[in-house]
Design a protein around this ligand. Sequence first.
Ligand code: ADP
Ligand code: MG
Length: 603
Amino acid sequence: MSVISVLDDNMINMIAAGEVIERPGSVVKELVENSIDAGATRIEIAVEDGGRRLVSVADAGCGMDEEDIGRAFEPHTTSKIRTSKDLRAIATLGFRGEALASIASVAAVKAISRTRDCPGGYSIEIDCGKKGEVKPCSCDCGTRIEVRDLFYKLPGRRKFLRTANTEMTHVVEQFTRVALANPRLDLTLSHNGRELYNLPGGQSLIDRIAKLFSQETAEGLIETASEEKGLSILGLLGRPEISRTSNKLQYIFLNGRFIRDKFISHAIREAYRTFLDAERFGVVFLFIRMPYEDYDVNVHPTKIEVRFYNANLVHSQVLAVLREKLLGTNLDAKGRIPITQVGAAPPTHAKDQDEHALNIRRAMDEFFKKHRPVEGQNRFEFQPGKSSASSLAENSYRAAATYEPLRPGQAEPAEPWFLQIHDSYIVVQTDEGFEIIDQHALHERILYNQLKQRVTSGALESQKLLLPESFEVSTAQQQALEENGGILEKLGLEVVPFGPKTVAVQSFASLLCNTNPVEFVRDLLDLLADKGGKFDAERLLDEVINMAACKGAIKAGQRLTTSEIEQLLAERQASELSSRCAHGRPTALRFSIADLEKQFKRT
Ligand code: ADP
Ligand code: MG
C-alpha cells in the first residue's frame, strides 16, 4: 500500500510559515517590507498584546486591485519577479511570494486595499487558510492588513509565544531595523493604543538613532563615508566609551535590507581591536550599497543572510574604512561630572551666585599661588618602577618645566599643572578645564607603542642579567618555548635550558625593567601555550606585546616623582593613540570648566 501523498496547499503554506513566521515580530517584518516594496512613504503599525492579539500594518503605497488582492494570499504569488533572470538582481525586499500565504495560513487575516486609479477599494478575509470572497469597500488609497490571533489553531506553536513584553521587544527590534534602513519613511508604532514611536520622514539618521536608542548613543557616533571599488559605505561608529557587552547595537544594512554577516562582523571587530577590550563590542550602524548582482539574497528563509560573491572585498573595504576613521579620530573620553551635589543647594540669588563664584575663584587662585612651581628644575631619567617615593607635598602642583602645553603654538599657553592623587591618577590642568589621567593605562599605551615599534624594526635593546635566573617549566611551557624562539628573540629575551625541566633567563628587554624576569617569562610561556595554535603570527605577537606593556607599565598605587610625571606627560605628547590603552580603555578623562560651571549652577 502506498504511503506517500501530496500535501494540500494549506499544509504547504503552514510548513512554509514555520520558516518565515516565528512570532508577531516576523509578521511585522513581512508586512512592513511589503509596504516598502509598494512604494509607501508612510506606514502605521499598531500592535495589541505584543502582537499576539493583533498586528496591523497600514500604508499609503500603490495598493492592490480586485484581482491582485484575491491572488496575493495564494502561495507563490508575487509581483516582484517573473523569470529566473530576475533572481540574479533582486531590488525589492520580498520576491518569494510566500509571506502573505504563510501568514494567512496560521492566523485570522483581513486585508483592505485600494489603488490610486480606482474609486473604491476591496477587502478579503482569510481564516487560517480559509479564504473568503473579495468584496468592494470604501477606503483610502493604500493597503491595511490586520493579522489576529497568530497560531490560534496551532496550540503547539502558540505555546512558544512569549509574554506580551517579550514579543513586543521583538516587534520593536523589527521596527528599529526598518526605521534605520529607511529614514525617508514616516513611521509610527503603537502598542495597545499607546503610541510608542512617531518618526517623521526625512529625519536625519542621527535624530532617528537618538529616538530609537538614546541621545547618548547618538552623540557618541562618528560618521564616515566612502565610495570605492563598487561599494558605497556609510558608517556611524560609536566611540569606545559607548561600547556594549554584546553586538546587539551593530546594525548592518545592505541596500536597505538588515542583514547579519560574519565577514562584516569580523571586519568591525578587527577595526575596533586596540580600541576595545576583547569582550566589548563597538556600536556600529553600517549602510552598504552595492550592485544587486554582486550578492545572492536567496540563501536564507528570512533573507537575513546573503552570499557575497566577493566576500573578501567587502571585508577588506569595511575594515579599511572603519579602521581609518577610528585611527584618524581623537577618541579622548569625555568625563561626565556626576549630578550629585555635595552639601546644601547652591545659592540661587544672582548676586549670591556671583559672590559664590568669586569666592571659589579667589580660593583657587590662593591655592595655586601657594604651590607655585620651582622654575627650571632639572629633569632626570624616568626609570619606571624605580621611583624614589617622595612626599606628596613635593609632588603636587608643580609646573612641568619640560612639559609641552597640550596645544602647542598658542600665543599664551596655559601653565600646565599636575597633581598625583591616590598614587594612581594624575590631574592635569588644561586650557579648557582639567584632565584625569590613569597613570597605568597611559604608560601601558606608551610602552605598547614603543615595544611594537622597536620589535617590528628589530631595535629592542636587551640587557644581560648579572645572574641568570632559573625556574622550572611545565611540559606545555617547555613546548611553547621551543616553538616560539622567534618571538622571544624579538622581545630581547634569552632563555636557555638549565637542567631537566628547568630553564634560565639570561637576557631581558631593557624596556621591561619594571617587571620580574622570571614571572614575566613564565606568564609569557603560558600565553604562548594557550594562544599559540589559535592566532596567526602577527596577532600572537600583538598579544605578547600587549601583555608585556601591561606588565611593564607603572602600576596603579605607585607614587611617582615630579620628573617621572613630567616624562610620562612628555611621552604622551609624542605617542600615537595615547588616549586609549591597548585594551581600548581610556587613558584620560577630560572635564571642562564649562561643565563644572553648569554643575555648580554658575551659568
Ligand atoms: P512577496 O513580497 O515576496 O512578493 P508576499 O506574499 O509578501 O510576497 O506578497 C505577495 C504580493 O502581494 C506582493 O508581490 C505584492 O504584489 C502584493 N502585496 C503585498 N502587500 C502589499 C502592499 N502592502 N501593498 C501593495 N501590494 C502588496
Ligand atoms: Mg513580501
